[in-house]
Ligand binder design. Structure first.
Ligand code: PEP
Ligand code: MN
Length: 331
C-alpha cells in the first residue's frame, strides 16, 4: 500500500507516521509517501487524517507500478533522458575494461557514432574463478579518463559489497548484474544514493522478482532505477539465453521503470546481435546495452558475443530508421 501524505506535512511528522505504520517513508518531490506491504489494506484513523490518497495493490509491485504512476520514470544525466518515450539510448562498449588502448578505442567509436554512454566492467562477476575478473580500480580510473576525454557517461557494474563505494564514486550509472539481482546489500546501498541504477534480470528470475528487486531501491528513496532484460535460461542450448521479449511487453504495460534490452548477453554470439537489436528498438524500448570490442576474438571476457567496430557502426546506422518507425531517436 502507498499512502500519499497531504502537502505541508513536515519530514519529522512523516517519519513519525511511517514508524507507527511500519512503513518506508519516501520524500517524493513535494510530498511524502509511506509505503508498506501490498497485503496491508487498511489505515489507522489517525493516519487517515494526514492521507491525501491511498493506493492499494494486489502484489508488491507498487512504486514501480503504472497503477501508482502512469508515466515512465525519467532518468536524467545532463542532456540524456532515459525513459522519455522519444529516445532509445544506446549504452555500448566492451564487456570488460582491459587496457587504456582498448577502452580508448571503444570511447572513440561511441563518439564517432554520436553515442553518449560507455559501458564496461571493471569488476566482473564470472561463472568460473579461473577467468579474468576485471581490472578493478584501475579499470574505473580508465573509464573516468574516457569520461573526461570524450564527454561520455559511464555505466559499470558492481559485483559485490567490497567495492560498491568505489563504483558509486566513479560511475554515472551503477549496473547490478544478473547474478547479483538478489544481493540486498547492493540494492540497499544503491537505495541510499540518487545515482541511476540498472538492474539486470537474473536468468532464472521471474518478472515479479525483477520488479521487486527494483522496489528495494525505490522504497529506500532512490527513484532512478531502470530494468534490463538480458535473456533467461530456457531448455534451448543453441543460444546462450533466450531474450524474453514477451516479458518486455509486460514490463512496458505494467511497470513505470525504463526498460533496457541487452541482446549481447541473451544471444551469446555476435551474429545474432544486430537483428535482435533492431527487434528491440522496434518494440520501443528505452535503451540498449550492447557489447563491442576493437578485437573481439582477443576479448578477455564474453569474446563470442562482442561486435567488432565495423559491425557496430553498421548496426547503429541500421537502427536509426527502425527507431524513426516507432517515433524514437537513437542517442
Ligand atoms: C555484463 O554486462 O557484462 C554482464 C556480466 O552481464 P550479466 O550480469 O547480464 O551476465
Ligand atoms: Mn559481458
Amino acid at each position: 500500500m502507498i499512502i500519499e501524505l497531504k502537502s505541508g506535512i513536515t519530514g519529522e511528522k512523516a517519519e513519525e507516521l511511517a514508524r507507527s505504520a511500519k512503513a518506508f517513508c519516501i520524500n517524493d518531490g513535494e510530498k511524502f509517501l509511506l509505503v508498506n506491504a501490498s497485503s496491508a489494506k487498511e489505515i489507522s484513523p489517525e493516519l487517515e487524517t494526514f492521507a491525501e490518497k491511498v493506493f492499494r495493490f494486489n502484489d508488491d509491485m507498487q512504486l514501480s507500478s503504472r497503477s501508482f504512476r502512469q508515466n515512465t520514470r525519467n532518468i536524467v544525466l545532463d542532456d540524456i533522458c532515459i525513459g522519455d518515450g522519444r529516445h532509445t539510448v544506446l549504452m555500448a562498449g566492451p564487456c570488460s575494461v582491459e587496457s587504456e588502448t582498448q577502452i580508448n578505442a571503444s570511447a572513440h567509436l561511441l563518439r564517432e557514432n554520436g553515442l553518449k554512454i560507455l559501458r564496461a566492467g571493471a569488476y566482473k562477476p564470472r561463472t568460473s574463478p579461473y577467468t579474468f575478473s576485471g581490472m578493478g580500480r584501475k579499470g574505473l580510473e580508465l573509464l573516468a579518463e574516457m569520461r573526461a576525454k570524450y564527454g561520455l557517461k559511464i555505466i559499470s557494474e558492481v559485483r559485490d559489497a567490497t567495492h560498491v563505494e568505489e563504483v558509486m564514486e566513479w560511475a554515472d550509472i551503477i549496473q547490478i548484474g544478473a547474478k547479483s539481482m538478489y544481493d540486498h546489500g547492493l540494492l540497499n546501498r544503491c537505495a541510499k544514493s540518487n545515482k541511476p541504477v540498472l538492474i539486470k534480470r537474473g536468468f532464472g528470475s521471474t518478472l515479479q522478482e525483477l520488479v521487486q528487486a527494483a522496489e528495494f531501491v525505490l522504497s529506500g528513496g532512490n527513484p532512478n532505477v531502470m530494468l534490463c532484460e538480458r535473456g533467461i535460461r530456457t531448455f534451448e542450448t543453441k543460444t546462450r539465453f533466450t531474450l524474453d521479449l514477451c516479458g518486455v511487453a509486460w514490463l512496458k504495460e505494467y511497470c513505470n521503470l525504463p526498460v533496457i534490452l541487452d541482446p549481447s548477453h541473451a544471444m551469446g554470439y555476435a551474429y545474432g546481435v544486430p537483428g535482435l537489436s533492431r527487434a528491440c528498438v522496434a518494440m520501443g524500448v528505452d535503451g540498449l546495452l550492447i557489447e563491442v570490442h576493437p578485437e573481439p576474438q582477443k576479448a578477455l571476457s564474453d569474446a563470442s558475443q562482442q561486435l567488432d567496430h565495423f559491425q557496430f557502426s553498421d548496426l547503429v546506422a541500421s537502427l536509426h530508421p527502425v527507431a524513426a518507425a516507432v517515433n524514437r531517436k537513437i542517442v
